[in-house]
Design a protein around this ligand. Structure first.
Ligand code: SAH
Length: 393
């Protein structure tokens, strides 16, 4: 069999179950190896470490399928992994018909994301290994979920690093002719799987939306970077007196507004601003506005570690103004979805923002994605969403 031989001493990460082999760890490759083909990973002294998918163009040159020498990489493996991932969601994810069924490395399927919205599945293939096994994966998904409508949203730019073209479209069943209706913790949302962000909805914030729902009663709420109003609708459901939401996408806001009527809420309780959130935060300060609960869930400010300094400034700025806009005893839900910003670093940024805002704060809770986004213990790259629930004293 073909084999990828590591440089001396480079076996450490794999021995600790980290599922990636970087190009700079490789000594040589033996035998022919096509993109996506299965390759054995051996240490310099030829000890078996793993079987992996070979990716000749990416800096992540191989992604591990299995650390077990006796486990073949075949159709049955994909069926098993998919069945196990779905069983996990059935056990852990309640009160919703929308969840992430497959979360890449944490489900033993590096490069694959599958989200379920009611009876619709949406897949994202971002590595050449899962692309190679696409047919087997789609067949297993159909069988394990009973869903026939499967749509592909492989339009993430990281595909180009794998030498793959961007692709969206039907993988099986019918093309949806309307947004998909879902019901999450008693709130109805419509999900545009064809042109919405990611696969259409931010499933990773489900537990955090529920927390907002539970804490919003009788509070005046500000939701910055609201997208289609996930947190805004949760706050309305929880009894917020008024919710002001800000986003720079008119398309997302239009959907958010439809969600208000879809849920039967009084439209005057919700105010929407199509604007830059940085500017709006400053404007609200000049207008003398104050809030009891603020959500800051911006896009990824640090796409990589090179952007850390500018990202830190941006996070600090919105958190500083956010804290100034909070009334005493007010609550701030603040997030970073930048993988490059660690939880400790994010806490430092929010603490510095509080100092600059001259606000005393207490951390009430550390926040993350839900149980349908599990984390491998030795794979920090999988842990991108960090949040803090902070109280202004
Ligand atoms: N909280 C949302 C997801 C937010 S995603 C949810 O739970 O569904 C980030 C959002 O920030 C996107 O909708 C994007 O349109 C918006 N955005 C990006 N830059 C912005 C800016 N400068 N001002 C306002 N909105 C911005």
């Amino acid at each position: 069999m073909n084999a990828l031989i590591l440089k001396p001493g480079k076996e450490h990460a794999l021995l600790h179950r980290h599922p990636w082999v970087f190009a700079n760890a490789i000594s040589r490759i033996e035998g022919p190896c096509a993109p996506g083909a299965t390759i054995q990973i051996l240490s310099y002294n030829r000890r078996f470490l793993a079987r992996a998918a070979f990716s000749p163009t990416s800096q992540i040159r191989a992604r591990v399928w299995s650390f077990d020498e006796t486990e073949p990489i075949d159709h049955a493996l994909f069926k098993r992994r998919i069945a196990r991932a779905i069983a996990h969601r059935r056990q852990w994810i309640k009160q919703t018909d929308a969840s992430r069924l497959i979360f890449g490395e944490a489900d033993g399927l590096p490069g694959l994301v599958v989200d379920q919205y009611a009876q619709q599945l949406v897949c994202q293939f971002t590595a050449v290994g899962v692309e190679h096994w696409k047919e087997a994966i789609v067949a297993a998904l159909q069988k394990e979920t009973g869903c026939t409508d499967i749509y592909e949203r492989s339009d993430a730019a990281i595909r180009t690093r794998e030498g793959l073209p961007l692709r969206t479209g039907v993988l099986s069943g019918a093309e949806p002719n309307a947004p998909i209706a879902i019901l999450e913790n008693g709130v109805r949302y419509h999900v545009d799987i064809q042109s919405g962000h990611k696969t259409g909805f931010y499933l990773d914030q489900r537990d955090n939306r529920l927390l907002v729902q539970q804490l919003a009663h009788q509070r005046e709420v500000l939701n910055c970077f609201c997208y289609t109003g996930g947190f805004s609708l949760a706050a309305l459901k929880g009894g917020a007196t008024h919710v002001l939401s800000v986003d720079s996408s008119a398309q997302a806001l239009s959907m958010a507004q439809q969600h208000v009527t879809l849920n039967g809420f009084e439209p005057t309780r919700a105010e929407w601003r199509d604007a830059d959130a940085f500017k709006t935060l400053r404007d609200l300060q000049s207008e003398g506005r104050q809030f009891d609960l603020i959500v800051l869930d911006p896009p990824k400010f640090a796409p990589s570690t090179q952007h850390l300094a500018s990202a830190a400034r941006a996070y600090k700025e919105i958190n500083r103004v956010g804290l100034q806009l909070l009334r005493p005893n007010g609550l701030l839900f603040s997030y970073s979805c930048s993988g490059a910003v660690s939880a400790a670093c994010f806490q430092d940024i929010v603490s510095d923002a509080a100092l600059d805002a001259n606000a005393d704060i207490r951390i009430l809770k550390r926040l993350s994605a839900g149980a349908d986004h599990p984390q491998l213990a030795r794979f920090p790259e999988g842990e991108y969403l960090k949040g803090l629930l902070v109280e202004k004293i």
